[in-house]
Structure formats: structure tokens, C-alpha cells
Design a protein around this ligand. Sequence first.
Ligand SMILES: [Zn+2]
Length: 354
Amino acid sequence: MLYLHQFLKLSTSLFIALILVAPTAQAAKHVNVLLYHHVSADTPRSTSISPDEFAGHMAYLQEQGYQVIALGQALSLLQAGEEVPDKSVAITFDDAWRNIYTNGLPILEQYNYPFTVFVNTDPIDQNHRMAMTWDMLRDMKQRGGTLANHTTDHDYLVRKADYGSQWLADTLANIDKAQQRLEAETGATPKWLAYPYGEYNHTLKQALKERGYIAFGQHSGGIAHFSDWQALPRFPAAGMYSNLKTLKLKLASQPMPIDYNALPDPVIRLDQDHTNPPVLNVNMLTKEKKGVRDQLSCFILGSPQKPVWQDQQNWHISAEAPLPSERSRYNCTAPIWGQKNYYWMSHQWLVYEH
Ligand SMILES: [Zn+2]
């Protein structure tokens, strides 16, 4: 028989137990990073967002309770295996266009949002009229901006004859020079590189890791502890990707829990007998339920395609026809069990012939 005081005691401990197991709603284990270039209505549409659209994105982030945090804060927490605030988002720009300063910065300041600009330093040194000046960049740094490395000349890093020691030395010298210019002109600069056009190979990635660089591509997805820290994804948010309807899904997505470090080298050399279309083999970090496996789907060159599961943890996907010379991506999503949101992953390929 259960007396009232025993019942009360029992229900109290149940209540406490429930509190203890309830997830902390204020923390997350990933950050989604947005990638912009121009903030202008007069520059090439594919890499531009108009000031009005950009203001719309920033307003949306605030309305929906996204926490715009400094990229450095997110990276150090996640790399250490710690949590970031729930709904964390970081804002980045590639190329130090002057319109980021004139059009983007005033909007960012309205919301007090931190942001990062990846700077290719040659146009600054050459006083290119469309690029920011060093004074503007220093000012930006005082007003919530972080500056990071986007090479000196924005050259293609892996569209070269071969990837031997001379190529590697030249490439690293380019990156080191940009780092030195940023530090000389603006002070302490984190060792973060955004690959021009998001193009890299495994040799470069490994060399950057040994030199203590974190590096970013232009393939979509979120960042978590298990990411490849020399090929971090970002969600392109300009041009055709600036539409809030599609951006909403991406902002709410989580990085697909896979072994990113095991993904293949993204460069497919047609002059070296590489297989085209390439096969993307993916290893999930845990076994996935049938419902998730059935609903995993990929998009390749605008067409949906079903991946093939070998077992509960491993799957692969390949385009139906050879990929065209240039960049293309395999984008894959799967539902998150028990949620309305999606896991997201993307791999960018470069099909290249020297
Ligand atoms: Zn760029």
C-alpha cells in the first residue's frame, strides 16, 4: 500500500529526475555560418545581395531568435567539444569589397552583430577602387569585425600542373604573405583561411593543419566538433541563395553527423585518369534508423538522386553522368529523428584538366 507521504516523496523525486534529464534548451553543438560577398544591387548577381535583402536577412535572424555570435567564439567552443548558444549563427564575407563597408556595416551595426571578412590583400595594397582601404578595414575591426586570410591574389590554388613541393611552397608562401600583410596593417589576425572559390585538395589541407590554420570552403553545411577543420562548410547566402524561403531551412539545419575527415579529395583530374563522375563514400558516425535512411536524399546538378546504403551506417552517391569541368556539388539532407529539421552535408568537386 502506498501512503500519501510516500506518494508525495516519490512524485517529488520523479519531478527532480525529469528536471535533470530535460535537455538544456539554451545550448547547441553546432554553428551555421553564412557566406556573403558583395552587399550591393549593382554588382554581379551571383555573388551579391542587395542592401535591402541583406537587411531582411539580419531582421529575420533577430525575429527568429538566432544568436549571431563571433566566429572565433563559436570555433573555439566547438573545437574544444563545448556547447555554443542555441541557434548560433556566424556571418562571413569573402573578398574585401568596399560595399561591405559602405552598405553592409551600417546594417550589421544596427543589430550589433559580429562578423568576419576574409581579405585578399593585393587589391587593398594596390588601392583598387572597389576594395576597402586598410583604414576602412582597421575601422571595421573596431566596429565588430574580424579580419582573416583569403590569400594575396585570390588565385585558384589547385588549378595547377601538379601538386609537388614547388606548388606547395608557392601556395603556402602566398597564404603566409597575406597573413603577414593583415597582421602588419591591422594587428593580431586569427589563422583562418577561406580558400578562393572554395577550392582545395588533401595535400594543401594537410599542410595547413600542420601550420595551425583553420580553413573554410564554400560548400554548404554547419560546423560541429566532428567537422573537418581544414574544410569547414558555410552556407552561401547571396545571389540565387538569398531567398529567405530556402535560407530558412538551411539556418534550421544541423551538420550531418558523418566522418568528414574521411571524405575524398575534391579534385578530379581528367589528365590523371581519375574517375568521373566521382563516388562519394560517406560514413555516418552512428547507425541510422530506417526512417532516416529511407529519407536521405541528395541533389546533384539540380536533380534529386537517391544514395545507396551498404549497411546502417555507410552509404555512397555518384552522379549519373560525368561532372562538367569546373565546380559542382553533391548536397545531401536527411530528416533529424523526432524533429522537423534536417541534417545537411555537401561536398564540392573540382573537375580539372591541365
Ligand atoms: Zn573570394
